[in-house]
Design a protein around this ligand. Structure first.
Ligand SMILES: *Cc1c(COP(=O)(O)O)cnc(C)c1O
Length: 360
C-alpha cells in the first residue's frame, strides 16, 4: 500500500488510523454480523453509533447544552438556503460579510429569501484581505449576520470572531471547523460540510442555539426545518449513516490527538512552516494579507506560471498530489486540514526547495 499526500481542498484526506479502523469493521461491526452501511438507522446498534458521535463532537468542541447538533444532508450549499428559511423569524433582512467565493454563493442564495445587506466586502483588495470590523456597517435590526470564517478557494481566514452584539452570528465553517478551539457560545449557528475536516461527503453538521429554531418561513421543506430535524434527532428520513459513523471515528481520533488544543498547535506549526518556505523564497508567492492567512488552505504561485505543469507533474512523482489551484485563482493550493500529516507538509516544502533550485 502506498498512501499519497493529498492536498485536495475537498473531499480531503481522512486520518489513516480512522480508515484502518473502518476497514477492520467494514464487514462486521462489533460482532453485529453486518456492516454499519447495512444497519437500520432505527436499530439499537446504529442509534448507539449516532449518539456516541454526537457526544464526542459536543465534548471535542465544548458545545453548550442549549445548542442542538444536527447531522444533515445536502452539503453546506443547502444551508445557504436553510439559514434564511429558519433564521429570518419574521424579519426581512440579513447582514452578510463578503470575503470571497463562498460568501458570494451564500449571499446569492439568501437574496432569494430576504434583503441581503452586504455590510463589508473584500472586493477592493480582490479578496486578499478582510475589511477591518470597525468599518462594517452592521444593522442592529438584521435577522442575523453571516460570514465565512475561512474562504477555502483564496485562503483567507478570520483569526478573531466578529462581535455582532445581540444580532445572531452565523458561520460557514466548512473548511475550518475542528482546526482549533472556538467559543461556540459566541455563535447562533455554525455549519459545515463534512468533506474537509470532518469525514466523508454527504454529511453536513449544523450547530444551532435552541431558542432560534421553530419559526420557519412558509414553504420551508421539512428536510430543511431545524425544528423538525431536531425533534427527530436528525432522523426525519434516512440519514447518511456511514458518513455519520466515520465522522464519529474522526471525533474519537481528535480526542486522541489532544482535542482541538492539540490540533491547533499542530495546524499552526504546519501552516507557519509552509508560509515561511513561501515567504523566504524569491520564487514562490502567497498574496494574502498577513493577518488573515488561512491555516487550512494555502495558495501560492510560482515565479513563472509556465512551470505550473512541471511543478504539478514532478510533485505527483513524489506522491504530493492535488496541488493545482482553483480554476478561478490559478497557481497552486495546498490544503492542509487536520488529517494532513506534518510529514506531508515537510515533504512538500522539501520538494518546493528542490524545484526552485532547478528552475528558480
Ligand atoms: C466546500 C465549501 C462549501 C460547499 O460545501 P458543499 O458541502 O459542497 O456544499 C461551502 N462553504 C465553504 C467555506 C466551503 O469550503
Amino acid at each position: 500500500m502506498s498512501r499519497k499526500y493529498n492536498f485536495s481542498a475537498g473531499p480531503a484526506m481522512i486520518p489513516l488510523e480512522v480508515l484502518e479502523q473502518a476497514r477492520d469493521e467494514l464487514v462486521d461491526w462489533n460482532d453485529s454480523g453486518m456492516s454499519v452501511m447495512e444497519m437500520s438507522h432505527r436499530g439499537k446498534d446504529y442509534l448507539s453509533i449516532a449518539a456516541e458521535a454526537e457526544a464526542d463532537l459536543r465534548d471535542v468542541m465544548s458545545i453548550p447544552d442549549n445548542y442542538k447538533v444536527l447531522f444533515m444532508q445536502g452539503g453546506a450549499s443547502s444551508q445557504f438556503s436553510a439559514i434564511p428559511m429558519n433564521l429570518l423569524r419574521g424579519k426581512d433582512s440579513a447582514d452578510y460579510i463578503n470575503t470571497g467565493a463562498w460568501s458570494k454563493k451564500a449571499i446569492a442564495e439568501a437574496a432569494k429569501f430576504c434583503d441581503v445587506n452586504v455590510v463589508a466586502t473584500g472586493e477592493d483588495s480582490n479578496f486578499m484581505s478582510i475589511p477591518d470590523q470597525a468599518s462594517w456597517d452592521l444593522n442592529p435590526e438584521a435577522a442575523y449576520v453571516h460570514y465565512t470564517p475561512n474562504e477555502t478557494i483564496a485562503g483567507v481566514e478570520f483569526h478573531d470572531i466578529p462581535d455582532t452584539g445581540d444580532v445572531p452570528l452565523v458561520a460557514d465553517m466548512s473548511s475550518t471547523i475542528l482546526s482549533r478551539p472556538i467559543d461556540v457560545s459566541k455563535f447562533a449557528l455554525i455549519y459545515a460540510g463534512a468533506q474537509k475536516n470532518i469525514g466523508p461527503a454527504g454529511l453536513t453538521i449544523v450547530i444551532v442555539r435552541d431558542d432560534l429554531i421553530g419559526d420557519v418561513i412558509k414553504g420551508t421543506p421539512a428536510m430543511m426545518d431545524y425544528a423538525i430535524q431536531s425533534k427527530a434527532d436528525s432522523m426525519y428520513n434516512t440519514p447518511p449513516t456511514y458518513s455519520w459513523y466515520l465522522a464519529g471515528l474522526v471525533f474519537k481520533w481528535l480526542k486522541g490527538k489532544g482535542g482541538l488544543d492539540g490540533m491547533a498547535e499542530i495546524n499552526k506549526r504546519k501552516s507557519d512552516k509552509l508560509y515561511a518556505a513561501i515567504d523566504d523564497s524569491d520564487f514562490y508567492k502567497n498574496p494574502i494579507a498577513l493577518n488573515c492567512r488561512s491555516w487550512m488552505n494555502i495558495p501560492f504561485t510560482l515565479g513563472n506560471s509556465d512551470l505550473d505543469g512541471d511543478f504539478i507533474a514532478q510533485a505527483a512523482e513524489k506522491g504530493l498530489v492535488t496541488l493545482k489551484g482553483h480554476r478561478s485563482v490559478g497557481g497552486m493550493r495546498a490544503s492542509i486540514y487536520n488529517a494532513m500529516p506534518e510529514e506531508g507538509v515537510d515533504a512538500l516544502i522539501e520538494f518546493m526547495a528542490e524545484f526552485e533550485k532547478k528552475y528558480g
